[in-house]
Design a protein. Structure first.
Length: 131
């Protein structure tokens, strides 16, 4: 978890890794963050379990969840304009738990605008680049 804390800047994010999150998603709000690839090409996806959601947000939680999914899909497709628009709408939601992730994502998008990733890039991050 130390690496994730450094990346996203929050000590109170509940981060899990793995592929089978079906059981957890039935009980909690679980949002995909990043997929990391190590030197042996092993892939691990990081997810955030949102811990506290303000009561006033419950009626629109599915809308926020879909907006986050759409953001991550657009990110993987290098649709930077859509991502920046979605980030404006998502920051401040989830009780602020994902704001540091959203700010980090915005910073990456700015870098990719000036130095685009390969056309076949799938949105994953190399573990070596994070050290």
């Amino acid at each position: 978890a130390k690496l994730i804390i450094h990346i996203y800047g929050r000590h109170d994010m509940n981060i899990i890794f793995g592929q089978d999150i079906t059981d957890i998603e039935q009980r909690y709000v679980v949002l995909e963050l990043d997929t990391f690839v190590d030197a042996q090409s092993h892939r691990q996806t990081a997810y955030c379990i949102v811990d506290s959601i303000p009561e006033l947000d419950w009626p629109v939680i599915d809308t926020y969840r879909q907006a986050h999914r759409d953001l991550m899909k657009a990110y993987q497709q290098q649709n930077w304009d859509y991502c920046e628009h979605a980030l404006e709408g998502l920051c401040g939601h989830w009780n602020g738990e994902l704001d540091s992730f959203y700010h980090d994502l915005r910073d990456r998008i700015q870098r990719y605008r000036h130095n685009p990733p390969a056309k076949d890039w799938d949105g994953s991050r190399s573990v070596q680049d994070l050290a």
